[in-house]
Design a protein. Structure first.
Lengths: 325, 82
């Protein structure tokens, strides 16, 4: 088979495909139509009105020309010129509808593992909440009321309750910590892109380990609490705020500033973790404590809280000391 | 101690393999951790040992088939890429 015939056949196939997807787009699919930006809508109208006529004509012309090999060269060249622009437009429309289908499928798959609504709750923050929370994380000693307020059995969003845990601060603090680590290494002329990735994955692995250990211990001790996995990730991620503060002080004020800031943020974070987790883990004791409840239980729950609090300074020191040598 | 995500996955696979090879009647019953010894009192607080035995039993039941696939993939990858 000659290359001209192959090119011909492929152009015919593309024409058929373009006609098919233009027909699909023209069906009632409001989302696919709303997705392309305003600049593309003009193209969309052009494609839908002009392309079918040209497509069908081109198809029939090419079908007719297939039987006559003497006209191949001329017909192929002419049809390629005709299809250059509408082909790109039709391909773009098809690509955008395909992207929308892919996005829907990804959303459906993800929502099987974790509910996206619950995740959205953790990102419903505003500036006032972020500022107050950061101040509480750095100086929790004057905060009076640590209760998480409820509204008809559902916890309030972080916008309305400063004691609610969120995932915005941990995420942003994690990314800021990675950037700060890169900057600190660059100042000491020890930077390379692999080190940045290594630092990021090390910090992520420690978060995962800590969350898994907390989940395991909460399961083994049958603590009936409403701490979900995302809450634990949030509490584990709050230490990055302390780490950023420590690294900044270490960079600005040298080794002494580093240790002072380490001590300050460690105590603040330990106080914060103990006060927050005490509200969540320990009060469930009072609801089902009968006379025959073993004495080991409240102590074990206290051990969990204290151990999780004591783990924070260790990991802060471990993850930041190599940056402030 | 620089971790990569791959080392975390390796550690997790090794731990789950270790839990999966605990034999029910040759080992767990001998040390009093078998499934027939976990039906304790009917209080609302099962206790640590019962929870741990339940965890081991459920991990062994759930992870048996996926572990075959994951281990095969790991073996092939380690043979090919060291």
């Amino acid at each position: 088979m000659g290359t001209e015939q192959v090119r011909f056949a492929s152009t015919v196939l593309l024409a058929e495909l373009a006609q098919f997807c233009v027909a699909q787009i023209q069906q009632a699919k409001p989302r696919a139509r709303a997705a392309p930006p305003a600049g593309d809508s003009v193209l969309f109208e052009d494609t839908s009105s002009a392309a079918p006529a040209m497509n069908s004509q081109g198809y029939y012309t090419s079908g007719y020309n297939m039987g006559e090999p003497s006209n191949d060269m001329q017909g192929g060249g002419g049809m390629n010129n005709l299809f250059a622009d509408p082909m790109a437009n039709a391909a773009m429309m098809y690509g955008s509808s395909l992207a929308n289908q892919g996005k829907d499928m990804v959303n459906k798959e993800i929502s099987r593992f974790m509910s996206v609504n619950k995740l959205k709750y953790f990102f419903a923050v505003d500036t006032r909440y972020v500022l107050k929370k950061l101040m509480i994380l750095m100086f929790p000693y004057t905060h009076q009321d640590w209760e998480v307020r409820y509204h008809r059995d559902t916890p309030l969003t972080p916008r309305q309750d400063v004691n609610a845990s969120d995932l915005y601060i941990p995420t942003m603090a994690f990314i800021t910590y990675i950037l700060l680590a890169g900057m600190a290494l660059g100042i000491q002329k020890r930077f390379s892109p692999e080190v940045l990735g290594l630092c990021a994955s090390t910090a992520l692995v420690w978060v995962i380990i800590e969350v898994l250990v907390m989940l395991l211990s909460l399961y083994l001790l049958t603590v009936h609490t409403d701490l979900s996995t995302f809450d634990l990730i949030a509490y584990s991620g709050y230490k990055y705020v302390g780490m950023i503060f420590t690294v900044l002080c270490g960079l600005l004020f040298g080794s002494d500033g580093y240790f002072v800031a380490l001590a300050w943020s460690s105590f603040a974070l330990m106080f914060f973790i103990v006060r927050s987790l005490k509200m969540k883990i320990l009060p469930s004791l009072s609801s089902d404590s009968m006379g025959m409840g073993s004495n080991a239980k409240p102590q074990l729950r206290l051990y969990i809280t204290v151990a999780s609090a004591l783990f924070q300074p260790i990991i802060i020191y471990w993850l930041t000391s190599h940056l402030v040598r | 101690m620089a971790f990569t995500l791959y080392s975390l996955i390796q550690a997790a696979i090794l731990c789950i393999n270790a839990v999966a090879v605990l034999h029910e009647e040759r080992f767990l019953s001998k040390i009093g951790w078998g499934v027939d010894q976990s039906v304790g009192g009917f209080g609302d607080e099962p206790g640590i040992k019962v929870q741990l035995m339940n965890l081991i039993r459920s991990v062994r039941t759930v992870m048996r088939v996926p572990l075959i696939a994951v281990n095969s993939v790991c073996i092939v990858l380690l043979l090919l890429f060291g």
